[in-house]
Design a protein around this ligand. Structure first.
Ligand code: AMP
Length: 285
């Protein structure tokens, strides 16, 4: 596995791979790697791509400095994990490389209005500007590629797809399924910040999703079930929504069919998110 950090080397590596007729698979991460990240590396490999993974804890997508300060970092483990899971080139750009003006704001920002303003965007102002701006830069340096993202961050995939369409980027966005622990908890770099009791409480997120998946109902009934399950476990709910999977607009009780349930909450001051497919059924008259 190659390690790179300089933009010129990374661009040259991707250009060289394409010149040899290989397709580049880009997997952006913030490190503290786990099985969810590994599933993206393996998906890229399974497509036959040369796998470029990036590790960059992007300060521009954190609206809370305490969250940024406590974000887990495991560089030694990450290298071993990336190598073991088929990464060909691991890119760890420095902050000065990515955002030379930091902590001053970078003048150029990519904003995806609408999709970036709701749910996570409403609770974390500026978050998706940070995400879209960093992904745009990663893609700009990498060049034409397939880019792999996990559906754990369902809204992020929607925001990135919109950006790629609107800016005609030469990128195929591949969404990959959520990887969970055996007990249902979605893998997240933030899970290590939870105590044992907090982790048990966090299971309410996936439990709420499983509950609404097993019993079709109206959107408002599903929202209520999600919120009740989270409240009962002592999760400080940020949102418990049922939305259109493409527009992310909240579903009404007149709607039926497949939609997405989206939950977010604080447990021991750690913000966790989860989501899953849900079916809406007509109101019983
Ligand atoms: P992060 O390092 O948290 O920014 O995540 C990097 C990529 O890994 C994003 O595309 C995430 O959606 C994806 N990812 C994180 N956790 C999971 C998971 N449990 N299952 C699938 N993908 C994930």
């Amino acid at each position: 596995m190659e390690y790179l950090s300089e933009i010129n080397e990374w661009r040259a590596y991707a250009n060289d791979q394409r010149a040899r007729g290989r397709r580049v698979g880009l997997v952006p991460t913030m490190g503290a790697l786990h099985g969810g990240h590994a599933s993206l590396f393996r998906a890229a490999r399974a497509h036959g791509d040369v796998v470029l993974a990036t590790i960059f804890v992007n300060p521009r997508q954190f609206n809370d400095s305490a969250d940024l300060a406590q974000y887990p970092r495991t560089p030694g483990y990450d290298r071993e994990m990336a190598q073991r899971n088929g990464v060909d080139c691991l890119i760890e750009p420095t902050l000065a490389t990515m955002w030379p003006d930091y902590p001053a704001p970078t003048p150029t920002t990519v904003s995806v209005h609408g999709l970036g303003d709701v749910l996570e965007g409403a609770g974390r102002p500026g978050h998706f500007d940070g995400v879209a701006s960093v992904v745009a830069k990663l893609i700009s340096v990498t060049g034409p590629c397939r880019a792999y993202f996990g559906e754990k961050d369902f809204q992020q995939v929607a925001v990135v797809r919109q950006m790629v369409r609107d800016l005609a980027m030469d990128v195929e966005v591949v969404g990959c399924p959520i990887v969970r622990d055996e007990d249902g908890l979605a893998l997240s770099s933030r899970n290590v910040l939870l105590s044992r009791a907090g982790r048990r409480r966090a299971l309410a997120l996936s439990r709420a999703l499983t509950l609404v998946q097993s019993q079709p109902a109206t959107a408002s009934a599903q929202r209520e079930r999600l919120r009740e399950t989270l409240d009962a476990a002592g999760v400080v709910t940020a949102y418990a929504e049922v939305v259109d999977p493409v527009t992310l607009e909240p579903s009404t009780d007149d709607e039926t069919g497949p939609r997405r349930a989206m939950v977010a909450g604080l447990i021991e001051d750690v913000r966790l998110i989860d989501n899953g497919p849900v079916t809406l059924a007509p109101r019983r008259s």
